[in-house]
Design a protein around this ligand. Structure first.
Ligand code: ZN
Length: 207
């Protein structure tokens, strides 16, 4: 998803749950995953290239870092780990076919975006799930604004460029991806809420 979308979604999900300075660090770490170094060779940051196992392992690992960091005196690295985790789970909805599978289950009349369930086990575990593949060079050219239209012509259906629900420009499915990503971010926060001992949680939320 594009920067402004990640920022707004993270604020919307965590604004009332964590301190402003904590959220700023979470957002900075979230956005850093889309730097050039994070874009290529790191499918697990964005649920790209069908790297589901690797991506889930990455999310679990970052959750572990949150806990481990909170056991030491500082709190910064816990916020950074959570920021990385939020990026991956948010991208899940813009780079996989989760949204179209959820909509397909409603026979042409899907409920409005805020009603989406972001963690339907039957969809997540379905053998029909797939995520965006990077087809070079066209998927790289997709990111060059004046080449976008041309690259779309050459990209297959399961390509990053064609599947991408990263901004409102991508049509009506984007609002579902956005709503699901916000709910999923809250869901990830709630996992930590249950997992962390009270004093660690207080340190983490920083309110
Ligand atoms: Zn990303």
């Amino acid at each position: 998803m594009i920067e402004t979308v990640h920022i707004d979604m993270t604020r919307e999900a965590l604004g009332s749950r964590m301190s402003p300075r904590a959220i700023e660090i979470v957002i900075a770490a979230n956005l850093k995953q889309d730097s050039l170094r994070g874009q290529f060779g790191h499918d697990e940051y964005h649920f790209d290239n069908n790297a589901f196992e690797k991506s889930y392992a990455y999310v679990t690992e970052q959750r572990g870092y949150v806990l481990a960091s909170l056991m030491s005196p500082g709190v910064l690295s816990a916020w950074i780990a959570f920021g990385k985790l939020t990026h991956a789970v948010q991208d899940f909805y813009s780079h996989t076919n989760y949204i179209s599978m959820w909509i397909d289950q409603h026979n042409g009349t899907p409920p409005p975006p805020p009603e989406i369930d972001p963690v339907r086990k039957d969809i997540i575990e379905s053998p029909d799930m797939y995520s965006a593949k990077i087809y070079l060079p066209w998927d790289a050219l997709y990111f060059v604004p004046f080449m976008r239209k041309l690259s779309i012509k050459f990209l297959p259906k399961d390509s990053h460029g064609r599947m991408n629900l990263d901004s409102p420009k991508q049509g009506p499915l984007f609002e579902y991806a956005r709503a699901a990503a916000i709910k999923r971010t809250v869901h990830e926060f709630e996992i930590l809420e249950k997992m962390l001992p009270p004093e660690m949680l207080t340190k983490f939320v920083d309110l």
